[in-house]
Design a protein around this ligand. Structure first.
Ligand code: NDP
Length: 434
């Protein structure tokens, strides 16, 4: 705590992993040697830089850019870029730390990192977004490379922003280095299914959890918080498996449907018009109710899929969901449940899929994008989705088997932390003290 003052989210993420490691060290004491755990908690490199840019009125703004290159034991640093006014070093460190174990769980050769800026893209024109992305990449670019560090999108960063950043990188280096960024557009090196991957993957993970109790999505009511990339494609996949998504949200409020979310309308409003959930609710008329403020977790559902942001679901929300009979919770977002909420779900025997396992489909598909770039190839939607489904089922089974091996069957938090840690720790031990 003294070493990293004011980084509450980072402390929270580290504590959660360390809580799981007691059982590992008891069984394998060598993991406590060579300051291995201390080294995992210290980023290999942290980069903080100035991002100056000019708005449409000619006014100059200064934002702060970050890239935390946390751990490269398993491969080049890999993790998204977040643009949101709340971003500070502790945010990027928590996300980068989570990313190490998530990436390890995918079984693919990728290390952990994360980046971002306190830039607020809301209400900014296309030209302003472009100038910001170009300035951001002008500084970040020198730290990237397909064998070094490969960013992707996250909150506030989608294909448009990746395009502006890739264009600037290409211009700076005079190289068409496709593997330097993932989440690219299809005609300039992107992978099919990358846009859908996190939401689809999280749905597969929850499906597999439900199967362990002989259940499935068919006819189940579901709430999905957020209305961004992860949320929209979670809603799409849940619907295709027969689930009924009745609520979604943004940071202003949530909407509850009489029957189910109208996905085509939601996509049109979020992806084309870049509108708000209030606009969606207005267009739905008497079919839906909009609740400004308030909590989406008050809506009774069988399955809850928090897919907006960190700490959006607290102990009280968890108690409400449990009282209303929730069967399963799958975290599409990173660390959306507070420690109190996680405890309530685990103790209440709710099927609980932690983000670092349940939302790993996005980064796994990014690794598939890197494979396609390296081989100058482009796979079909069906082939890529089949790979994603297999990876998610493997992650589920790895977490479930590890939890069982360590004496707490059904505890996916323990399973994910231990399985992810073990892979990274083995590689670090092989490299000696570096
Ligand atoms: P988007 O920017 O596409 O969407 C984010 C959504 O969450 C928006 O609806 C936004 O609403 C809402 N939101 C953001 N901040 C808050 C807040 N403070 N309170 C309430 N709602 C908020 O981001 P993504 O969908 O890409 O990311 C969502 C989550 O999933 C994040 O935790 C991210 O780290 C995680 N994730 C994303 C992956 C990906 O592939 N994109 C991969 C793995 C994890 P509003 O418009 O009002 O801000």
């Amino acid at each position: 705590l003294r070493r990293n003052p004011g980084e509450g989210e980072f402390h929270q993420a580290v504590r959660e992993v360390l809580d799981s490691l007691g059982r590992v060290v008891a069984k394998h004491p060598h993991y406590a040697q060579g300051a291995l755990i201390e080294r995992i908690c210290e980023p290999e490199r942290q980069i903080i830089f100035r991002v100056p840019w000019v708005d449409d009125k000619g006014q100059v703004h200064i934002n702060r850019g970050f890239r935390v290159q946390f751990n490269s034991a398993l491969g080049p640093y890999k993790g998204g870029i977040r643009f949101h006014p709340s971003v500070m070093l502790g945010t990027i460190k928590f996300l980068g730390f989570e990313q190490i174990f998530k990436n390890a769980l995918t079984g693919m050769p990728i290390g952990g990192g994360k980046g971002g800026s306190d830039f607020d893209p809301k209400g900014r024109s296309d030209n302003e977004i472009m100038r910001f992305c170009q300035s951001f990449m002008t500084e970040l670019g020198r730290h990237l490379g397909e064998y070094t560090d490969v960013p992707a999108g996250d909150i506030g960063v989608g294909q448009r922003e990746i395009g502006y950043m890739f264009g600037q990188y290409k211009r700076m280096t005079n190289r068409y280095e496709s593997g330097v960024l993932t989440g690219k557009g299809l005609i300039w090196g992107g992978s099919r299914v990358r846009t859908e991957a996190t939401g689809y993957g999280c749905t597969y993970f929850v499906q597999r959890m439900l199967q362990t109790r002989g259940q499935d999505f068919d006819g189940r009511t579901v709430s999905v918080s957020g209305a961004g990339n992860v949320a929209v494609y979670t809603i799409e996949k849940v619907a295709s498996l027969g689930g009924r998504v009745i609520a979604c949200s943004d940071s202003d409020g949530y909407v509850v449907e009489k029957d189910r979310i109208d996905l085509a309308l939601l996509k049109e409003i979020k992806e084309v018009r870049r509108g708000r959930i209030a606009d969606y609710a207005a267009a739905r008329g008497s079919e839906a109710t909009y609740v400004q403020g308030g909590s989406i977790w008050d809506v009774p559902v069988d399955v809850a899929m928090p897919s907006a942001t960190q700490n959006e679901l607290n102990g009280q929300n968890a108690a409400t969901l449990i009282r209303n009979g929730v069967l399963a919770v799958g975290e599409g977002a990173n660390m959306p449940s507070t420690p109190e909420a996680i405890r309530a779900f685990v103790e209440g025997k709710v099927l609980f899929g932690p983000g670092k396992a349940a939302n790993a489909g996005g980064v796994a598909t990014s690794a598939l994008e890197m494979q396609q770039n390296a081989s100058r190839d482009s796979w079909t939607f069906e082939a890529t989705e089949a790979r994603l489904a297999k990876i998610m089922h493997n992650i589920h089974d790895t977490c479930a088997n590890t939890a069982k091996e360590y004496g707490d069957e059904g505890n996916y938090v323990l399973g994910a932390n231990v399985a992810g840690f073990t892979r990274v720790a083995e590689a670090m031990r092989a490299f000696g003290v570096i």
